[in-house]
Design a protein around this ligand. Structure first.
Ligand SMILES: Nc1ncnc2c1ncn2[C@@H]1O[C@H](COP(=O)(O)OP(=O)(O)OP(=O)(O)O)[C@@H](O)[C@H]1O
Ligand SMILES: [Mg+2]
Length: 302
């Protein structure tokens, strides 16, 4: 039997002291963060993902109300709307956390149906979370390696059971993970545990881990939250580079300067309904959007 690899040790440390239900939840999260074995798609323009008349109810609350829109391959689509408008819920429906009460979500024309979260990751949707979710006890590098290698789906169990593993396979993942850390600009802290990283690094680490799964669609839930203006500029630059690398990006963001500055189109939600869709300029000048969300036009005329 070979020794556990560093990532397996990390995974084992991560689960120490967990109850059975926590472990089950954790295994699901690891599985969700794992890469499929597939090429990145770079054809631009056709519809990658569609929400078709999606409604989601939580008891009496209609969190999404007949929402339809498409995301085109190669674009950066913004999603805005007041607090509680249903933006994160939209992500949750697209990533299998919730199933629509009615309507459907299609990726490349295929219904997501009853797929589980990790199966949707494999089909090509990755996300970050409004409240950062990382493997805290693992290093930055290990967090990304987990995303690079489908073998790690079973590694928590494997590491615990001390199953033999091959360092070489992990090494390829480590190299790719290191490149991703460089790409998002946090390679200097690769060996630090996620929980000890500064906030801005944690946000970038989540993006690197999501990219490690080679998603067709990358969904970012308020990635600029808590950033200062300089950090927001860097993030905008990063999002553009991600798109230029052949990914499609869906961006939930409250900061209007970021949204207007980086997106190609924007979808606006309010009380679970889509109230507008268009280019940043169209959306900015839409009276319904101004009333619902922006309050006062940018030029201060009102
Ligand atoms: N699991 C749930 N159970 C019950 N209600 C929920 C659940 N998740 C979300 N909601 C409700 O659905 C509505 C939409 O929430 P959601 O988190 O999608 O809003 P949001 O647009 O992301 O807001 P924010 O800008 O504050 O993040 C809210 O009224 C919220 O309270
Ligand atoms: Mg939200």
């Amino acid at each position: 039997m070979s020794d556990p690899t560093p990532v397996e040790k990390g995974l084992a440390a991560e689960v120490q002291g967990m109850s059975e239900s926590e472990l089950a939840q954790h295994l699901e999260e690891v599985a969700e963060a794992v890469a499929p074995d597939r090429e990145i798609q770079v054809d631009v323009g056709d519809t990658l993902l569609e929400l078709d008349d999606v409604t989601l109810r939580f008891g009496g609350l209609v969190a999404l109300d007949s929402v339809s829109f498409g995301i085109r391959r190669g674009e950066i689509l913004g999603m805005i709307g007041p607090n509680g408008a249903g933006k994160t819920t939209c992500f949750n429906v697209m990533t299998g956390v919730y199933r629509p009460s009615s309507g459907e979500v299609r990726l490349e024309g295929r219904r997501l149906g009853r797929l589980k979260r990790y199966q949707i990751t494999r089909r090509g949707i990755a996300r970050t979370f409004q409240n950062i979710r990382l493997f805290e006890e693992m290093t930055a590098l290990e967090n990304v390696v987990v995303g690079t290698d489908a073998r790690h789906k079973t590694s928590v169990v494997g590491a615990l059971a001390r199953l033999p593993r091959h360092w070489q396979e992990e090494r390829a993942g480590v190299e790719r993970a290191m490149a991703l850390l460089e790409f998002v600009g946090i390679a200097d802290r690769a060996a630090d545990r996620a929980k000890n990283l500064p906030y801005g690094y944690q946000r970038r680490l989540e993006i690197a881990r999501a990219l490690a799964t080679e998603p067709k669609l990358l969904c970012l839930d308020e990635p600029a939250a808590g950033f200062n203006p300089a950090e927001k500029d860097e993030l905008m630059e990063l999002i553009r580079r991600i798109r230029d690398d052949g990914y499609t990006v869906l961006l939930i963001e409250h900061d209007m300067r970021v949204v207007m500055g980086v997106t190609d189109r924007i979808v606006v939600l309010e009380f679970g309904k889509k109230i507008a869709e268009g280019t940043p300029a169209q959306v900015r000048d839409d009276p319904a959007v101004i009333a619902a969300y922006l309050g006062v036009p940018d030029d201060g005329a009102a």
